[in-house]
Design a protein around this ligand. Structure first.
Ligand code: LMR
Length: 318
């Protein structure tokens, strides 16, 4: 049986980590693409040489020509620039929009049947630009952010309550920016909701509020520490979880930037919501009933995303 093909567009820190994780999980053969010739080839060779030690079988190659992604089953896009300390993700819009258009053209030409996962920031707007440029069905193009933001939320909660991360289930709704909405009411430890855990004394309301804030600022905290570049291990793990769910038809319920056509009152763009990912891509949007506070937060976040997409449309018309 032929192996799946995974194309990674962008061979920076996230691209390299994605390639290693895809290899370790034996998801398929990996092509690393980057416009900077040499880097994708070098990283591919380096990772291929780790395979005998780790004991996984996959082919790794590097390329700087889009034809190398031909026939990919999954394309994960990390191309573009990351922010620096003091910048917001939105400051990357104009530069990364141009990159997404070029990448979208490459996907359209060479990998029109792929499931496409976008990681480039500002995420919700860039996945919209990428989809417009590649013209693939909306359910086959998705943004990675919800898994990452939720993983941060889960990590902070597990650390505070001294429990295994495996038993913490949490998720974040809305755009991948300062307006994201960590969903306290829907997050649990072994099925016990966070509000009940506050009542049980496992965590104080003050600590929980601080964790919600820290989750919202999770990306900026790492940018501030790294000084040059942004997070890459957790973003790569998050995208690989989405790719694996697609390739193995696992039908995991994962928060991701999905295209909405009326769900949650949003029509015609991408926002972070829980969705089922299986062999057909985004197979179902999970529509939760939100209370007033959650709806206020979500609406605020949706408006921020809409503003970014309007900015993209204006730049396009300029
Ligand atoms: C993240 O959340 O780590 C990424 O969106 C990168 C960033 O700029 O924060």
């Amino acid at each position: 049986m032929a192996r799946n093909k995974i194309a990674l567009v962008g061979a920076g820190n996230i691209g390299g980590t994605l390639a290693l994780l895809a290899g370790l999980k034996e998801l398929g053969d990996v092509v690393l693409f980057d416009i900077v010739d040499g880097i994708p080839q070098g990283k591919a060779l380096d990772i291929a040489q780790s395979a005998p030690v780790e004991g996984f079988d996959a082919n790794f190659s590097g390329a700087s020509d889009y034809s190398a992604i031909a026939g990919a089953d999954v394309v994960i896009v990390t191309a573009g620039i990351p922010r620096k300390p003091g910048m917001s993700r939105d400051d990357l819009l104009a530069t990364n929009m141009k990159v997404m258009k070029a990448v979208g053209e490459g996907i359209k030409m060479h990998a029109p049947d792929a499931f496409v996962i976008c990681i480039t920031n500002p995420l919700d707007a860039m996945v919209w630009v990428l989809r417009e440029a590649c013209g693939l069905p909306h359910n086959k193009v998705v943004g990675m952010a919800g898994v990452l933001d939720s993983a941060r939320f889960r990590h902070f909660l597990a650390e505070e309550m001294q429990v295994s991360v495996e038993d913490v289930s949490a998720f974040v709704l809305g755009g991948h920016g300062d307006t994201m909405v960590p969903m306290v009411r829907h997050s649990t430890v072994a099925g016990i909701s966070l509000p009940d855990l506050v009542k049980m004394g496992w965590i104080t309301q003050e600590k929980l509020d601080a964790i919600v804030d820290r989750t919202r600022n999770g990306g900026a905290e790492i940018v501030g520490l790294l000084k040059a570049g942004s997070a890459f291990y957790a973003p790569a793990s998050s995208a690989i979880a989405m790719a694996e769910s697609y390739l193995k038809d696992k039908k995991r319920v994962l928060p991701c930037a999905a295209y909405l056509s009326g769900e949650y009152g949003v029509d015609g763009f991408y926002v972070g919501v829980p969705a089922v990912i299986g062999a057909d891509g985004i197979e179902r949007i999970v529509e939760l009933e939100l209370n007033e506070t959650e709806m206020d937060g979500f609406t605020h976040s949706v408006n921020a995303v809409r503003g970014l997409i309007d900015a993209c449309k204006n730049l396009e018309g300029a």
